[in-house]
Design a binder for this molecule. Structure first.
Ligand code: CA
Length: 216
């Protein structure tokens, strides 16, 4: 899952980025409004964390302009705990709202829930055939037995599973699983898919030649 964090306080931006990467997200960042809006409009993020008070254009204006073009889930971050702001945020098309200072575990839980809802999976467990994916704990079992996956293998599996029944192109996987700073070898994805099949069954992830991958 690839996220955009728009936040002008350097310590908070760095702290959030580190915490989110540790959870396995790919993270792009913007420290001011124009850059945030540009990235939000031009990349298909799984969710955006958007600070309200920003230099340049503020979070409200970014949200307003984004909503003319995209339905990307947005979690607004604000220093003010005023219900008028909350109402304004939700009316403007924010999907959720968090007041600073916030707890990292709460942020992570809300983010997971936001992404699941946007993909129409309100449950936090996903069972497909022999395989169960526990999205909150980020663990996987096959026939009840725990399966050890690398962080990357997990995010590939999670993305395909949340888009179950849809053909996911290689481009989409690269766009959603790697951030703007990562240079990746083109064969890395094949290695992850190879390993996932070894662990979860050869036919768990199907290849559509020249198009991409699908979990039926
Ligand atoms: Ca700010």
């Amino acid at each position: 899952m690839r996220l955009l964090v728009v936040e002008d306080e350097p310590d908070l931006l760095t702290g959030l980025t580190v915490a989110l990467r540790r959870e396995g997200y790919s993270v792009d960042t913007a420290a001011e409004g124009e850059e945030g809006l540009y990235k939000a409009l031009h990349t298909d993020y799984d969710a955006i964390l958007l600070d309200v008070m920003l230099p340049g254009i503020d979070g409200w204006e970014i949200l307003r302009r984004l909503r003319l073009k995209r339905a990307t889930p947005v979690l607004m971050l604000t220093a003010r705990d005023r219900s008028a702001d909350r109402v304004r945020g939700l009316d403007a098309g924010a999907d959720d709202y968090l007041t600073k200072p916030f707890d990292t575990p709460e942020l992570m839980a809300r983010l997971r829930s936001l992404i699941r809802r946007s993909l129409h999976h309100p449950q936090s467990d996903l069972t497909i055939g022999e395989v169960s994916i526990h999205l909150a704990a980020r663990t996987v079992t096959r026939l009840g037995k725990s399966i050890t996956l690398t962080a990357r293998e997990y995010v590939v599996l999670e993305f395909l599973a949340l888009h179950r029944g849809e053909l996911v192109t290689r481009t989409a996987l690269y766009d959603h699983l790697f951030d703007e700073n990562e240079s990746t070898l083109s064969n890395i994805l094949d290695v992850h898919i190879f390993n996932l099949r070894k662990k979860l069954g050869q036919n768990f992830i199907l290849t559509r030649r020249g198009h991409g991958y699908i979990i039926e």
